[in-house]
Every structure is written in C-alpha cells, then in structure tokens.
Design a protein around this ligand. Sequence first.
Ligand SMILES: [Zn+2]
Length: 323
Amino acid sequence: MVLNIKRASSLDGATINVQDVLKPFDHQVGGHTPFTSLPNGHLLKPCEEREILFYQKMPKILKSIAPLCCSTIQGSSVSTLDDSCSNCRHHQLENVVIPESIEGSPILNKRKLSKNFIVLSDLTYRMKSPRILDLKLGTRQHGDQATVSKIACMTAKCQATTSATLGIRLCGMKIPFLEQNSQNFAPNFAPNSAAPNFAPKSEISINKYMGRSMDKTDLFLAVKQFFDVPEAVLEEVERRLLGIRDVLCGADGVRLFGASLLIVIESNFSDSQLPIDNLVRIKVVDFANATFGGLQGDSFYDGRDDGSILGLETLLEIVKGKN
Ligand SMILES: [Zn+2]
C-alpha cells in the first residue's frame, strides 16, 4: 500500500519518501508518546500547542539546558526557530513530508498522528551504544491547568514514589549490553518484586512502572548502576549536573512541573570517536506542564524551583557517591 499523504508540511528543499525517513525512534525510554527519527540528528515529537508555546517563548536562561528546538509544526504550518541547529541553519536538513494520515504505512500504522509537533535535537545522535536515563524531575508534576482529578492523581503518585522526598523518580532506563563492559553488568540491582532480576550479559531496561515502585535504596542502586562508567566520564556528568543546577538556581519564576532530566552516555567508550565532553549529554525535556511568567493564564511564581533543584541535589549525591 502507498502512504496516504494529505498534509504536505515541508521543512526545506526536496521531498523524501516518508517511509524512508520516518522511523520509530529506537532509543526512547520513559512514558512518552512515540517519537520519530528524522535526518541529521533530529527527532519529531508529537505535542500539545502549549509545549510549542513554551519552546517559542522559553526564557533565555533555560535554553542551554533544553534540547534545541529547530522547528515547530502546527497543523500544516511549519516554522523554523531562530536558534535552530547548524544543520537547519545551513539548510542541510533534508525535506520531510509529515503525512496527515498514516493509512497504509507498514512502519507507522497503529500510531495516531498528532496535529502538532516539535522537531528537537536527538541526544543520541552519532552514539553507537547510548545508555539512557530518564528521571522525572521535581516534587510536583501537574501543571496549573490540571483538572481536580488529575491534580489528585499526580499528587498521590508523587507522594507514593521517590518524587516527593528526593525530587526525582526513575521514569525509564536502558543500558545496552557490550561484551567489553560485561564486568559492569553484574546483576547487582535487585529491587522489590516489581522489577526483574537482571541476567548478566543482557541489556538492562527499567520502565516507569518499575520506577514508581522504587524506594530510595532501589533508586540509588539503579542510578549508580547507570553511572558505572569510567571516572573521566563521571566527572563530565558531575560537571554537567552542576551546570544545570546553577541554571535552575538562577531561573526565577520558572517551574518545571512534569519535566524530566534526560541523561545519555555513550557506553561504547573504547570505540567511540566522540570527544569526552560529547560522550555525555544531559538536558531537561518535556515542558508540556512547565511554566514561567504566567504562561497561558498560569500563576506567577517567585524565586527558584526548589523541587527540581532537590532532584539535581539528589542526583549529585548519587554521582559523588556520598551514601
Ligand atoms: Zn536542526
């Protein structure tokens, strides 16, 4: 069958067959709507209008800790943002047609296609074997516009998990198996019954449901296992986390409700051609419920986001091994 393309939203240049381009993103962890890989290190993320607005109006101070947002797609309207990546700025992004309907696609069938998308930089770009950790950040996850029942549900989830006390909750984790790193993969993480027993010599994968069932000890064990990397890489991690914490400390009035800290590290240390500062990529993602400056009728907040900063402090504590 042929793709039924009704929406011809082009990003630039000539058209490519959507089936050659839109492949499900292999490295997704956490509980997000499915992303799609685009050429030249980009991801297509279905989103609500509000997240587009957040990226468009994002306070300058947050830009260094968020992924680059190169384009926004609202219905048939595609806009390229001023601070898009160098690939986009130099018009090297191959054209992508985003179909309105995905009827007949062997790759995309059963996936509902959103009306709105953002095109973000892919943190795993050019990594051979990325290990990925998605930590929900902060002690509160609901946005100001949440319904009463949603507030109750999300507050209960925070209270029942490590979110409320530690400011982070494991939302997804993947560590690829690599023969040369097999010493790192002893099954030393054995949390309560909801989590699997990891066999050595296999990929490690933890989903958001396992993350919700973790107590502090489980969380620390899992995250320590994630950070079982060479010392120089760990130093880079610490440097990045300190940088993000400093940004958050200076981000007056910003509240990162529902956002995640996404940490990507190249596991294939010996083969990687990447310089050490590019083996570690850490960004804050998922701004659907985050707010600043009364965005879309939200409350105005003063001072720093203590919940998110608590999460960074917890993570720094784990990385520094002070427990
Ligand atoms: Zn770009």
